[in-house]
Design a protein around this ligand. Sequence first.
Ligand code: PA5
Length: 435
Amino acid sequence: MIKVDISNVWGQVSLPDLLALEKEVFDAHMTLSERTGAGNDFLGWLDLPVREPTEEIKRIQAAAEKIRNDSEVCVVVGIGGSYLGPRAAIELLQGPNHNIGKGKGNPQIFFAGNGLSTRHWNELMRLLEGKDFSVIVISKSGTTTEPAIAFRGLKWMLERKYGTDGANSRIYAITDPAKGALRQMADEQGWETFVIPPSAGGRFSVLTPVGLLPIAVAGIDIMAMMNGAADAKEAYDIRSFENPVWLYAACRNLLYRNGKTIELFESYEPGFKMLGGWWQQLFGESEGKDGKGIFPATAEFTADLHSLGQLIQEGERNMFETMVRFDAPEQKYVIGSDVKNLDGLNYLTGKTLDFVDEKAYLGTMAAHVDGGVPVITMDVGELTERKLGELFYFLELSCGVSAYMLGVNPFNQPGVEMYKKNMFQLLGKPGYETK
Ligand code: PA5
């Protein structure tokens, strides 16, 4: 089980206050598990974890194997919920530099269609030059502007390089089972397709083909991840404060009610950045509505202690931290000695880097707590595929419970449409003319 430690929030919230929330958190959990609340037609993600590979998962594994064998690069096209999950998993498990040294047999993975930057596009074109590549295009609607533009260009490149049939065998579409532009294109061209269940919203889709295919292409054991998620489904069904989901959901709501309107989700792992991005969408899009919501911010320590540290320590007292910890890896780096000792580091000779990291963590937490910033700690344990699957499901469940406690529908996102309408009007898209 993931351990949630709230011993560093006392002083900002009290035990009686937390215990007083018991009925509220119980009701929120029941609303979710009994599927009686707002947005209950988007709860398909609750049932995604499986112990044995389904036919769909076997197809995903086979497609991933084909891509690994015939491609030096795999471009994954998608945005938001159709992008963040796979990137988060790959970067956390394999590191932000995971592409270095990869090629055919273990292709590099680049992400496209998650923005509109021409520089990013030009860079991708340079990276693809002379390379054998495949494209995974992910879009529930098939009409989201950013991935649609990127996919149009990549499809054209594939057709020019491999001919129509060759291109068709290198395109994998992950989309709605029945409707939408991408579904129609895939059916017409005969691309291999995988389904985004209509009952799982984008930010809850990492355990669907959206996450699983790119993650499998990276060589990550997706069944280990699924088993971790299945562990979570069983383990976090407890109806009491023994359940870390309850502790996290209740505690963050209590802190919010006490004026802590910003949550800083952080870790000491550089590979965690994109998981932070995934978490940001999960909680931000689920809770930020009806004039409510904790602002989800992320940070990477110790790097950001040298940029955000001052603000955290002494800025406006409207913030709490959620620190995600992983066990130190088995392979250690031992700090050596230096005859001159001009850097003054000889006092650490023989100590490991993770020993220093641990002290930095403890020292930073004590400083922030003293400065009035409560810290929730989430101890995940080993950084493995299985544990990551558990973490994904744990956070999704916590988000559902927390958002119901906040009194909002966790599963819609009406606000996302506004910028699109304005952009379409400015672009002159038919049907969006200025009234
Ligand atoms: O969670 C969401 O709904 C969004 O982030 C979508 O996933 C994102 O806008 C991409 O949409 P689509 O998959 O339809 O291209």
